[in-house]
Design a protein around this ligand. Structure first.
Ligand SMILES: Nc1ncnc2c1ncn2[C@@H]1O[C@H](COP(=O)(O)OP(=O)(O)OP(=O)(O)O)[C@@H](O)[C@H]1O
Ligand SMILES: O=P(O)(O)OC[C@H]1O[C@H](OP(=O)(O)OP(=O)(O)O)[C@H](O)[C@@H]1O
Length: 214
């Protein structure tokens, strides 16, 4: 049975950074998220009282689960949405897990003859430099991106900045801000049509909760 036909709302919930703020928001909205939810290693967690099932996902995979309809809705950072380019319906800006995507380099950066940019976000970086009319080689890394300019792999990086602590600790500077990032509520397009009432109710509830906090 596809997620679109099921009555229980399947929610792809990212583990890691977003999880803490998203589960807090759900609790503030009065959803009965179990207390042991935060510590368990269980990956599929049913909350029958709310007619929901949570799929605990790696953040970058959330749009994939939602596009394929194995989750009706999901929570995901705008950075991942722009990088992964999955066909999902963006319903609501949750305003959580706020940070920004930036171009970063050493303070004495000068244009290189063969510029190289390291990033976890090759699609975002390629599009940005194409739009700027700059030819760069984009090198995909999976973490510790700030290492790249320090050890000479690339002369700039495209990465997330939140507090700026990582930049300060490594003597790097933010050269351009590309876009702001918050987490979004997204839906599978078929689920949104077939299970519209349940999804819209949750969306309205979260929106009202956010408005009450603002
Ligand atoms: N300082 C930050 N660094 C990175 N992401 C942040 C930061 N602050 C908020 N975010 C948001 O949190 C999301 C998830 O970040 P997190 O570090 O949990 O995932 P991840 O890097 O994919 O995790 P993993 O360590 O499992 O690979 C990001 O996609 C972004 O939207
Ligand atoms: O501005 P700040 O508050 O310092 O946050 C930004 C840092 O956090 C993220 O890294 P993360 O902790 O996800 O580790 P990673 O290097 O493994 O990607 C991001 O890639 C930056 O390095």
């Amino acid at each position: 049975m596809s997620a679109a036909q099921s009555e229980t709302l399947k929610v792809a919930m990212p583990k890691g950074r977003i999880y803490k703020q998203a589960s807090k928001l759900f609790r503030e909205a009065g959803l009965p998220i179990p207390a042991d939810f935060d510590d368990t290693r269980k990956l599929v967690i049913a909350v029958p009282e709310a007619n929901m099932e949570f799929i605990m996902a790696k953040p970058v995979d959330v749009p994939t689960y939602v596009e394929y309809g194995v989750a009706d809705i999901g929570i995901v950072g705008k950075d991942v949405l722009l990088e992964e380019r999955r066909d999902v319906y963006e319903l609501l800006d949750l305003g959580i897990a706020k940070c920004r995507m930036s171009v970063i380099g050493l303070p004495d950066w000068k244009p290189a003859i063969h510029p190289r940019v390291a990033t976890k976000y090759p699609n975002v970086a390629s599009q940005y430099f194409r739009e700027q009319g700059q030819q760069v080689e984009v090198i995909k890394l999976n973490g510790s991106i700030e290492l790249a300019p320090l050890i000479g792999l690339a002369d700039r990086i495209v990465d997330m900045v939140e507090t700026g602590q990582t930049l300060r600790d490594n003597g790097l500077v933010e050269m351009e801000q590309i876009f702001g990032i918050t987490s979004r509520l997204v839906a599978n397009r078929v689920s949104y049509r077939m299970n519209n009432q349940a999804i819209q109710n949750l969306c309205d509830l979260l929106q009202a909760t956010l408005a009450a906090k603002a």
